[in-house]
Design a protein around this ligand. Structure first.
Ligand code: CS2
Length: 487
């Protein structure tokens, strides 16, 4: 049976379906970037609120800004925006439910005006984002990249938006002109101070495009910071098949996730907001900085440590990495001796217990999170997950041994593009070619990889770092057996 609105009543006999009337939903939230993570995280919180009743104003309208979102747009069209969430516990328990909180999806390239109108609609109170770490047009020096060709196009053509900034500008201008209340722009990406960063980027864009609007946004629009967390692997054919076999349900794009969910949000909204914190795992706090730093520098960085070393060792999934004693030992050592010393205390959280729980989550054998997903877009991830830890340790004369080894391993990975068994690595990275070009000169010039300034900033100017790096990368190239270096 196909997953769609018409079949929901019949499907209710087989699995959990929304208990609320989707026809009554309004799009209090417009969400940009409806990937697996959003569908397993914020969407779940909203579905739970809707199930409590009385929250119909907080339905979600999803938006895809890129041509690459066409496939998901088609799936949502066929399925009336419904999809299945499969939650897999470590002990094998599985929860399966149909998600109905998204009542509309718009593909921007097909109808940009419809997207602007929805964002500027008076029902819309929150505009949330999961556009990935690389989606913010942020330079390594923390400034907005005004030279980006698409941004240049938008600056000259305010009526032809392409990026999040062009759309936000058009929609906020419309709201301002109509005299509507501002909306809240809520980033849900793994960037420290994600709200502050979004605000700074948007204001830089607007100062160049429409300075009056920049003043209005500066005064009226709130950008809460948040820490978001739920491990969501890439959907596999096996999951589509599982739904068919177990429920005779045809869903073209279900989402799988772990049971853990956490969302810590700064209570800073310019317009109304739902009581997200009525849902378990969600809390409003006055200052989210220690939570986001802890999560990014331990969980996300920990993923990259396992992912890059694991990929070179020929390991396919994060649970297999987390079960490997060498990798587990190195991860713990990285956390304890490099990441933790530069973290701030987090009220109510024991970091030792947090790290133990991360290892358990990584080891969930039913999630099968692919190492290739973790390594994807490392050029956007490492500057947020790993490099700040190196920089802070350099300032404090702290330990940087494992993070330096990780950069050396990533150089080898980008250069050779094969694992240590000679198998081709599956590399997805917007900067893949640039990284490869820089890495392949390592034997002649051991510092050449660090010249990719968009990733490493000025790290190649720091002699304490370069000394250790040259020694490490040379040693690595002499014997690229990762296990030798992890001992
Ligand atoms: C991962 C994250 O993309 C990555 O490298 O670390 O997607 C991670 O799984 C989530 O942030 C978990 O909350």
């Amino acid at each position: 049976m196909k997953l769609n609105q018409k079949n929901l009543a019949a499907l209710a006999e087989r699995l959990k379906v929304p208990n609320y009337n989707r026809e009554n939903l309004k799009s209090g939230i417009v969400h940009i970037g409806v990937g697996g993570f959003h569908r397993a995280h914020q969407a779940v919180v909203v579905q739970k609120l809707l199930e409590q009743g009385g929250n119909e104003d907080w339905g979600i309208c999803g938006i895809g800004l890129r041509e690459g979102d066409r496939h998901i747009a088609e799936v949502f069209k066929n399925q009336d925006c419904l999809y299945t969430l499969i939650t897999r516990h470590p002990d094998g328990k599985v929860e399966t439910e149909v998600m109905g909180q998204m009542w509309d999806f718009l593909l921007a390239p097909d109808n940009p005006q419809a997207v602007i109108d929805r964002m500027a609609h008076e029902d819309t109170k929150i505009l949330s984002l999961t556009i990935t770490e690389g989606g913010y047009n942020l330079r390594t020096d923390g400034e907005f990249d005004l030279d980006d060709p698409t941004i240049q196009h938008e600056l000259r053509n305010p009526n032809d938006p392409k990026t999040i900034y062009g759309y936000l500008s058009a929609a906020l201008r419309k709201r301002k002109n109509l005299g509507l209340a501002p909306l809240t722009v809520m980033s849900c990406d793994n960037i420290q101070h994600n709200g502050d960063v979004t605000r700074k980027m948007l204001l830089s864009f607007l100062s160049a495009q429409d300075p009056d609007l920049a003043l209005w946004v500066d005064k009226e629009v709130a950008f809460p910071n948040s820490m978001v967390d739920r491990i969501t692997p890439v959907t596999t054919a096996a999951e589509i098949d599982y739904l068919k076999q177990s429920f005779d349900l045809e869903d073209e794009w279900p989402v799988t996730c772990e049971p853990f969910l956490q969302w810590v949000i700064e209570d800073n909204f310019s317009n109304e907001r739902p009581e997200f914190n009525q849902v378990q795992g969600v809390q409003f706090v006055p200052n989210v900085t220690p939570y986001e730093k802890m999560k990014i520098r331990l969980l996300n960085a920990g993923h990259s440590v396992l992912g890059i070393f694991g990929a070179l060792m020929g390991i396919q999934t994060i649970d297999a990495c987390a079960e490997n004693n060498l990798l587990k030992g190195v991860l713990r050592k990285f956390w304890d001796t490099e990441a933790t010393p530069v973290l701030d205390a987090v009220e109510g959280i024991d970091l030792e217990v947090y790290k133990d729980s991360l290892l358990e989550r990584f080891a969930n054998p039913n999630i099968k999170d692919k190492v290739s997903r973790i390594c994807a877009e490392s050029s956007a991830k490492l500057p947020k997950f790993i490099i700040p830890t190196i920089e802070e340790n350099l300032k404090n004369e702290g330990n940087i041994e494992i993070s330096t080894l990780l950069i050396a391993a990533w150089c080898y990975y980008s250069d050779k593009q094969i694992d240590q068994n000679g198998q081709a690595l599956e590399i997805t990275d917007a900067m893949k070619d640039q990284l490869h070009q820089a890495a392949k000169n390592t034997t002649e010039d051991p510092l050449s990889f660090l010249q990719v300034q968009e990733v490493f900033g000025n790290l190649n100017q720091n002699s304490s770092f370069t000394e250790l790096y040259v020694e490490t990368v040379t040693r690595f190239y002499e014997n690229p057996d990762v296990t030798v270096h992890l001992k």
